[in-house]
Ligand binder design. Structure first.
Ligand code: SAM
Length: 275
């Protein structure tokens, strides 16, 4: 649909270069534009705004996701310069701020997978919870308790709003601050399931993840792995985890979450730990 919206302003070759460089999130489109097309970025923005009916803002993504908060620089190309919007996924509603707190629509399959694994009465620690997407999808599906931690105050505030929007007050507890510190002070041996979706820094936080997880609990360990053959990526991340973990671990599953570059993958390993 987005490609069709651009057929009057780009050649076929140019619009092919833009393929998969779009994200539509509620009323916002974010587009990554290759250097060869940067001179046309305003025209691209205006065409998308005019052609895609529900869209009110088009932003150019001017940097990769970066920094401690995993946020990105956005430049308005057309429409309203407002980075907040409402986004719906699997029956849950989220207020997102695409500039000031991490958000990716590309993790929806993984969010659904985790929400299907969570059991009634479980306690989950979501160490890097952002605006609470995984926490809310899990608590909407099962009667569980989720501690939803994030160091970015804007992400934690949005998480609180989203807990209210989805009528999950009391089921999810949003706590702002450094996950290691919060776990040490409040959440030792609390969780049946621990999510650590900060793949660049998983090894640094593994000890905290083990600290918050009960004996026999599950850790979902995310990482970034180079693999010449795609089929090897899961196995390579299992091997990496087993090399760095200090506890007895039973690998339950591993898989690619998404490709993040050429021969470079975000993976998840599901592990049952014994303490
Ligand atoms: N799980 C969320 C999601 O999928 O929408 C967000 C994942 S995002 C890749 C990582 C998050 O970790 C960011 O929101 C960032 O602010 C947070 N973060 C980074 N360092 C942290 C720390 N030391 N303690 C808690 N949160 C942290």
């Amino acid at each position: 649909m987005l490609k069709k919206a651009l057929e009057n302003v780009l050649t076929e070759k140019e619009s092919n270069e833009l393929i998969s460089a779009f994200d539509q999130i509620g009323e916002i489109i974010i587009v990554r534009i290759p250097d060869s097309l940067l001179a046309k970025k305003k025209i691209i923005g205006k065409a998308l705004l005019d052609e895609v009916k529900i869209v009110r803002s088009v932003f150019y993504q001017a940097s990769a996701v970066e920094g401690e908060f995993r946020t990105r620089s956005l430049e308005i190309l057309a429409g309203e310069d407002n980075t907040e919007t409402e986004y719906k996924e699997f029956g849950c509603r989220f207020t997102v701020d695409v500039k000031n707190a991490f958000f990716s629509p590309r993790l929806s399959t993984e969010r659904e997978r985790i929400s299907n694994l969570v059991q009634n009465e479980e306690v989950m620690t979501n160490m890097f919870a952002g605006i609470g997407m995984f926490s809310i999808m899990a608590a909407k599906k099962k009667k569980c308790t989720v501690y939803s931690l994030d160091i970015n105050p804007i992400a934690s505030k949005l998480c609180e709003m989203n807990i209210g929007l989805n009528k999950l007050v009391g089921n999810i507890i949003s706590i702002n601050g450094d996950a290691s510190k919060i776990i040490k002070e409040q959440l030792m041996n609390k969780s049946d399931r621990t999510l650590m979706l900060l793949p660049e820094r998983s090894d640094e936080f593994l000890e905290s993840a083990i600290n918050t997880t009960k004996d026999g609990g599950i850790i979902h360990y995310y990482s970034h792995i180079h693999a010449d053959k795609k089929i090897d990526a899961g196995k390579l991340s299992e091997e990496h985890y087993l090399k760095v973990t200090p506890v007895k671990s039973e690998i339950i599953n591993s898989k690619i979450v998404r490709a993040v570059g050429p021969r470079f993958y975000q993976t998840v390993v599901d592990i049952k730990i014994s303490k």
